[in-house]
Design a protein around this ligand. Structure first.
Ligand code: ZN
Ligand code: MN
Length: 497
């Protein structure tokens, strides 16, 4: 048997994001997370007879915003369809969605190579459409002790379903795409994309393309559900690619008539498991929603939304690299933290007139402090002006970098600006004569080091500097070193003391 060329992994993602509206898609009920079960419902969203849906204008606006940022074409006219299926958390017996005339289609999202080796790649977007969410079935919240219950607070919540082309070629790329998508939607203010609260859900379609002597073949597509983090998506894709290859080998490299199937992801065993043979769209008996009129957009309406998009992550990265001279890696780190941190960085860089220096401090010190204290930049007690003053003192040599870090820690802890902090820490320039006195004392106490230095062995100077800093944390190490050397030289030249 000839050796196999590695299989091509082919992944397409369907992402549902909850749009950041106050109220639901077709009624006035609140979409706020965390309320008691079934407290945010009304006759419309629980499917009582005789009620009529009314479209939420804001949801349409947010959907267009996201679609434009994903480079999609906005349909001039879009309509609603009923997707029929039975499930206890779907009280109407159908979901209002969009079938053949989605709100937008044919866009793309650029992602950078996860390893940073290749240029950015465009992942095609087939469509992005609006639909309503179902309720939540709580099967095992009481660990099998209670019967299943239904919470309809989510029912009718506006979702944007974003369907990618099968352009992703690895688990890593899938994760990168999701990270970039989430970042983009966050910059747009379209969704908070909180996976824990169900504001972002991912279904993944995956199969393998294999080269055989008979030509190229493809394994049956598996749709994977129930992945509750980007990491889980990555793991599920890695697992499923391995599993499909094994099945293909074990079944004698015949694909047979295996149908498409839906698998769940089990976080505990880190495995996928078969849920059901996949349904086709014809199974849902889509038909036009008779209670809602089609929605049309004028060119002017779409352009108004486009004009208000603001600066998006990709453009912002480029601007930081060209205007402030930081590396693509650094701009990525900053932009991925969100707009507020980028604004902080820009303010600092402008004050210092040095984008790289500002980048180093923000990346190493500010982000570390934010991480340690679980703060957002909005709550960070040291503003760009105060940090600039501190960095200025370090740049001018009035503070060492490590002493500067201690000052920053104190500024954060006390929520105080630079000047009062160094005053409180007793930091001023150390007086020349004071420094000389300190060094004389150290030399007198360490005759062995003095003798070594006289023989040209300078290693012991380090411990003198350490001892000097212990006695006075504000001394400059270089000054201690120079002063000690000068004093030792004096002694060598003059008569022995
Ligand atoms: Zn309602
Ligand atoms: Mn959907």
């Amino acid at each position: 048997m000839s050796s196999d060329s590695p299989p091509t992994v082919v992944i397409g993602l369907e992402v549902h994001v909850q749009l950041s509206t106050e109220s639901k898609l077709f009624c006035g009920c609140s979409t706020k997370f965390g309320a008691g079960p079934n407290t945010q419902t009304c006759p419309v969203c629980i499917g009582m007879p005789g009620v009529l849906p009314v479209l939420n204008r804001k949801a349409v606006e947010l959907a267009i915003k996201a679609a434009l940022a994903l480079n999609c074409t906005i349909a001039r006219s879009t309509k609603w369809d009923r997707k029929n299926y039975y499930y206890p958390d779907l009280p109407k017996g159908y979901q209002i969605s969009q079938f053949d005339l989605p709100l937008s289609h044919d866009g793309w999202l650029a992602i950078s190579d996860p390893k940073g080796l290749l240029p950015p790649k465009r992942i095609g977007i087939i469509r992005a459409h609006l639909e309503e969410d179902a309720g939540k079935s709580m099967h095992d919240e009481a660990a099998g002790k209670a019967p299943s219950r239904i919470d309809l607070n989510r029912a009718g919540t506006p979702l944007l379903e974003i369907v990618s082309q099968p352009d992703l070629r690895s688990a890593d790329e899938a994760k990168t795409y999701l990270t970039e998508l989430k970042l983009l939607l966050g910059y747009l203010g379209v969704s908070d994309c909180n996976m824990q609260e169900g504001s972002l859900r991912v279904d993944a379609n995956i199969n393998l393309h294999l080269d055989t002597p008979q030509g190229r073949v493809a394994t049956p597509i598996v749709e994977v559900k129930n992945m509750n983090s980007f990491r889980a998506v990555e793991r599920a894709m890695e697992y499923e690619a391995r599993r499909q290859l094994e099945v293909w080998r074990e079944t004698g490299r015949k694909l047979g008539d295996v149908p498409k199937s839906t698998h769940g992801w089990d976080e505990t065993s880190q495995k996928t498991y078969l849920q059901r043979a996949k349904e086709e769209s014809s199974d849902y008996r889509y038909f036009p929603e008779p209670d809602l009129v089609p929605v049309t957009f004028s060119e002017a309406q779409v352009e108004r939304v486009r004009a208000a998009l603001g600066e998006l992550p990709a453009a912002l990265r480029t601007r930081l690299e060209t205007t402030y001279g930081i590396t693509p890696y650094q701009s990525d780190v900053l932009v991925n933290q969100g707009r507020a941190l980028v604004d902080y960085y820009i303010d600092l860089a402008d004050r210092l007139g040095d984008g790289r220096l500002a980048g180093n401090w923000v990346q190493q010190d500010v982000l570390r402090a934010l991480g340690e204290q679980h703060l957002g930049i909005e709550q960070f007690p040291v503003g760009p002006a105060a940090l600039a003053e501190l960095i200025e003192a370090v740049r001018a040599g009035r503070l060492t970098t490590s002493r500067g870090r201690e000052v920053l820690a104190r500024m954060i802890a006390d929520a105080q600006p630079f000047a009062p902090t160094i005053a409180a820490m007793g930091i001023g320039a150390v007086d020349e004569s004071e420094l000389e006195k300190l060094c004389r004392g150290l030399l007198a106490a360490n005759p062995k080091i003095v003798a070594e230095v006289k023989e040209g062995k300078l290693k012991g100077l380090g411990s003198l500097i350490g001892a000097a800093k212990k006695k006075n944390p504000n001394v400059n190490p270089n000054q201690v070193r120079e002063t000690c050397l000068r004093l030792i030289e004096k002694r060598t030249a003059g008569p022995e003391l």
